[in-house]
Design a binder for this molecule. Structure first.
Ligand code: CP
Length: 307
């Protein structure tokens, strides 16, 4: 599979996802063997205009496992020519002269698409703005569901938290909507509910979904609960909220009794207060296994764009 850029979840078809998962499994075997030197002549530019731990480190680790080299600018808004007023387009044109692939986290929705328009090398969207997309996170999330639940067709997923601005849940909803008999529960307060563009997409593609505001009611009926941060620029008090409000979007030991034995809890991380630390030791807590899958899927994506 050869990819020109990775910008949004909608660009992937089910056959492409199957191929990506096959490649990700191959990458797991390569990492277990200690990596490869196959991409030792390739350079990845890691250009981050916003904070990141997982995405940046896992991409850099992925490139290292492939034998490639990495150029890094974290906090590009402070330490790149952005400070001098250079446009994103000019920066991308220049960085493309020094690298074979650019991994870009930008603080504006549509930043990655703007970059791809002018780039001479593949651009990978590592998250763009609040309410944009984070396709590589969604791909590793989907891979985690595939590995842990063993199927994606028919899966029942609750997405919880700030769905309006959460780019991971937005990208994941697009991907899950491509599979058969999927059931999606959007659990959030009205202000933070999934935006109309995703609702329209799912409606147009006949994907089953329900709007909910109480996690405890739907926990017994799902295979995956996908928690996200409930902090919001729309409703800042949401993160704290009253105890009653918070318990609607919060998992602790008492909630685990409601959760099926074969179900899993996911979270793109970092978490704030959505999942109690005491839940971490439960085998159904899949969020740290999920972060490890990021290496394999991002290696597969790098191989797919580098050819
Ligand atoms: N999940 C995720 O995107 O984490 P980072 O912000 O640490 O990259």
């Amino acid at each position: 599979m050869k990819l020109a850029h990775v910008i949004e979840s909608q660009q992937f078809t089910v056959p492409m996802l199957s191929e990506l998962f096959r490649l990700s499994e191959e990458m797991e075997r390569i990492v277990a063997r200690g990596g490869t030197r196959d991409y030792s002549n390739k350079i990845m530019a890691s250009l981050f205009y916003a904070n990141s731990t997982r995405t940046r480190f896992s991409f850099e680790s992925a490139m290292s496992r492939l034998g490639g080299k990495v150029l890094v600018t974290e906090h590009a808004q402070s330490f790149s020519s952005d400070v001098s007023g250079e446009t994103l387009e000019d920066t991308i044109r220049v960085v493309g002269n020094y690298s074979d692939v650019i991994v870009l986290r930008h603080n504006e929705v549509g930043g990655a698409a703007r970059a791809a328009k002018v780039s001479v090398v593949p651009v990978i969207n590592a998250g763009d703005g609040k309410g944009g997309q984070h396709p590589t996170q969604a791909l590793l999330d989907l891979y985690t569901i595939y590995k842990e639940i063993r199927t994606i067709d028919g899966v029942r997923v609750a997405m919880v938290g700030n769905l309006a601005e959460g780019r991971t849940v937005r990208s994941l909803a697009y991907l899950l909507g491509k599979f058969e008999r999927v059931r999606l529960y959007f659990v959030a307060s009205p202000e933070l509910q999934m935006r109309q563009d995703i609702i329209d997409y799912l409606t147009h593609h006949n994907v089953w979904f329900a709007i909910e505001n109480d996690l405890s009611k739907i926990l017994p009926a799902v295979d995956v609960v996908y928690m996200t941060r409930s902090e919001s620029s729309i409703q800042p008090e949401e993160a704290g909220g009253t105890t009653t409000e918070r318990s609607r979007y919060y998992i602790d030991d008492s909630m685990m009794w409601l959760f099926p034995q074969k179900a899993i809890i996911m979270h793109p991380l970092p978490r704030s207060n959505e999942i109690a630390a005491s839940v971490d030791s439960d085998p159904r807590a899949a969020y740290f296994r999920q972060t490890k899958n990021g290496i394999y899927v991002r290696m597969a994506l790098l191989v797919s764009v580098l050819g």
